[in-house]
Design a protein around this ligand. Structure first.
Ligand SMILES: [Fe+2]
Length: 262
């Protein structure tokens, strides 16, 4: 097990990406795809239309609590703890079906029409320089198999090492590679890695969860503790991931440190 762990850490440091096979069974993946379809259907009925080139819902776990389980995966947790530290947190997570459904809804009104479709990285920039590698990571759970035909994510290996140049949105990078995997595969990549979502298929779905993790002092995209205020059933691990123990105190009389024990 330790050998496996070291292999993943080494892959992430040198290539910027690593793959964990068979984390979830095919049967489970198919079961959850049905749940995702239902969630998207209800979301569109109640809230907003989803995109034509990708149907993406962030904070999917707040609409269906059963999906919280995908934020904490034991094998992934071991890797992230080692790479970041024990207090690492969730920054954002999206449920995405990269699929061209050709419905042609008005783009302005759809929710994340083509999220991640152009070359980008998901790191942060200070003084014109990208943060160093190893600051934060994206975890991809493949519920459908990821193939070239269904718009799998593309990436440029070792690009997490480049800090003073940025990917060109529409360029075709000759040395780019594909994030491929069977149903239930999990990939982890350094957020500095240049990547983009592949062209969506109109035949094959590509259900996946993308979750972005970082150190406890990084701001989440959404106010998770408020989202779950009344929910006391969250496990300690989930509470930690959702920032429950890293909210600053009201003032110095309440306490003089940010991190607390759960
Ligand atoms: Fe991205």
């Amino acid at each position: 097990m330790k050998k496996e762990l070291n292999k993943h850490i080494q892959n992430l440091k040198t290539k910027g990406i690593t793959f964990l096979d068979n984390v979830f069974s095919k049967k489970d993946c198919n079961k959850y795809i049905q749940r995702f379809e239902k969630l998207c259907h209800n979301f569109e009925k109640k809230n907003k239309k989803l995109g034509d080139y990708g149907q993406t819902i962030q904070n999917y776990f707040s609409y269906d609590k059963k999906l919280l389980k995908f934020l904490f995966i034991k094998e992934v947790d071991e890797i992230l703890k080692k790479l970041i530290d024990d207090n690492y947190v969730l920054i954002n997570s999206s449920l995405t079906n990269r699929f061209n459904r050709k419905k042609n809804f008005k783009k302005v009104s759809s929710h994340f029409d083509n999220l991640g479709g152009k070359w980008h990285h998901d790191s942060r920039i200070i003084g014109g320089k990208r943060l160093d590698k190893g600051f934060s990571y994206t975890v991809v759970i493949m519920f459908d198999k990821f193939t070239k035909e269904n718009g799998c994510t593309e990436y440029v290996e070792k690009s997490h090492l480049i800090r003073d140049k940025f990917p060109k949105k529409n360029k075709s990078y000759k040395n780019s590679k594909l994030i491929l995997g069977g149903q239930g595969t999990v990939a982890i990549f350094d957020t500095g890695l240049w990547h983009r979502a592949g062209s969506p298929s109109s035949k094959f779905s590509r259900w996946s969860i993308f979750a972005y993790y970082g150190p406890w002092f990084m701001k989440p995209y959404y106010d998770f503790p408020n989202m779950f205020k009344k929910n006391s059933k969250l496990s300690k691990n989930l509470k930690k991931l959702l920032h429950f123990n890293s909210i600053p105190p009201k003032n110095e009389l309440e306490r003089t440190y940010t991190l607390t024990k759960i």
